[in-house]
Design a protein around this ligand. Structure first.
Ligand code: ADP
Length: 411
């Protein structure tokens, strides 16, 4: 194998391994030493366009020049690299003394005396990212073959530079998203905390006043205030449950829970609402003494949110079935309704925070889109799972599984 084909062989092996060279700086250094060898030049460099300065900056140069060149800006007008950059085509200068397009500033810095050069643009997706440049052919003049070799190299360098950019943009976007998430959580934490006290006072005083007033008309007006304040309190509690879970402040306080009793307590709270809508409730607990080791308050919140939704999203006269049973390793609880159901396109998102099927502007039902995400959080804190099966217009079946660390099945 002659010397030239060995160099082409080197280029090929560089192209094959380009993707696996994880260190950016190593990749660029290898690229410029290969460019130097392939074209029998004295040195090479990679310049990247800096839009802030409208100039080209040295992205990579031989290590002994790297520090010196890191702050240098090569002008786009009046430089060979700039010409290749703006014209999007290679520029070959066999004799710089005859050339006005050549920028002498760099020579003054490096002490190099540039006699000849080739500059090829680095283009990716029709965008010129920079220039690959080689200087001073050691013997003879630069050939067409040199230019082709450099263009191939510039193509690979371009892909790598654009990958680096995308990665940087992705990291920035990720950091932005994280900051937004932090601000949102902080906002939720502060708002829910600050709303709680005045809301408690409104509820307390309104309830007290209601006891004092004789006039039924005034009483019914106070009922409206109390009901609305109670609803507001529920929303604030949901927000603060969510915040507690996210900040990790929420800890499990486990004890054995009789499943039938939990269902009874939760459904009792909805009795009036169900009667008002003429909803038919059925509870099926296969083993009456079925119990599970869990944090009853948190599982209560989860079940309450599911029942609340079943009540809200079932048309008057509809049916709600709550079923609990032991399955291997788990207690399984389902809340099934024959209400409006959920469109298939919304199903994958239903447990996301603040997700609602109907737009908040047009929706007929209240709520913040938090109930299900809180239920999911509470169940998952226990190592359980929750999912939904639903057909639009037919109804929904929300089911969760709680792992049975100790199922207490008393006789
Ligand atoms: P919200 O508190 O706003 O109801 P959720 O997180 O509890 O929020 O529920 C998110 C959305 O999922 C609701 O806005 C509703 O569109 C839909 N959804 C939840 N449960 C049911 C159900 N049983 N039947 C129909 N749609 C439901």
């Amino acid at each position: 194998m002659n010397e030239k084909s060995l160099l082409w062989e080197n280029l090929l092996s560089f192209l094959r391994n380009a993707a696996s060279l994880s260190e950016e700086a190593t990749f660029l250094q290898m690229a410029i030493s290969l460019a130097t060898e392939l074209t029998e030049s004295e040195t090479a460099s990679i310049l990247e366009y800096d839009s802030e300065w409208n100039a080209l900056r040295f992205r990579s140069a031989p290590w002994f020049h790297q520090d010196m060149l890191s702050e240098v800006r090569v002008p786009v007008e009046g430089s060979a690299a700039g010409w290749a950059f703006t014209h999007r085509q290679p520029l070959v200068i066999q004799d710089t003394s005859q050339e006005t397009r050549f920028f002498k500033g760099v020579d003054r810095l490096t002490g190099l005396s540039t006699r000849s050069l080739v500059a090829v643009p680095i283009v990716v997706n029709n965008e010129v990212l920079g220039v690959l440049e080689v200087l001073n052919r050691l013997q003879g003049e630069y050939t067409d073959e040199d230019v082709i070799a450099l263009e191939i190299l510039a193509g690979v360098i371009g892909l790598r530079l654009s990958n680096m950019r995308l990665r940087q943009q992705m990291l920035l976007a990720r950091a932005d998203a994280k900051e937004m998430e932090r601000l949102k959580n902080e906002f939720i934490a502060i708002t829910s905390h600050e709303l709680r006290t005045p809301l408690g006072l409104i509820l307390g005083h309104a309830t007290f006043l209601r006891e004092l007033l004789e006039d039924p008309q005034h009483r019914s007006q106070l009922d409206v205030i109390i009901r609305s304040a109670a609803r507001l309190k529920e929303i604030v509690e949901n927000l603060s449950n969510l915040e507690h879970y996210q900040s990790g402040a929420s800890r499990l306080r486990k004890r054995p829970l009789l499943v039938a009793r939990l269902i009874e307590e939760v459904t009792a709270a909805f009795q009036a609402a169900m009667e008002q809508k003429d909803l038919h409730l059925k509870v099926e607990v296969k083993e009456p003494n079925l119990s599970v080791e869990c944090d009853p308050e948190k599982i209560g919140i989860a079940l309450r949110n599911l029942v609340q939704n079943a009540v809200t999203f079932t048309e008057p006269g509809g049916h709600i079935l709550i079923r609990a049973e032991a399955v291997p390793g788990h207690v399984k609880i389902s809340v099934i309704d024959d209400g409006i159901g959920i469109p298939a396109k919304d199903l994958p998102h239903i447990f996301e925070r603040f997700y609602q099927v109907e737009s908040h502007l047009t929706r007929r039902h209240g709520g913040l889109g938090l109930g299900l995400s809180i239920a999911k959080a509470m169940i998952e804190m226990h190592g359980g799972q929750i999912w939904v099966e639903s057909v639009e217009g037919k109804g929904s079946n929300f089911t969760f599984l709680l792992p049975v660390f100790s199922v207490v099945q008393s006789a």
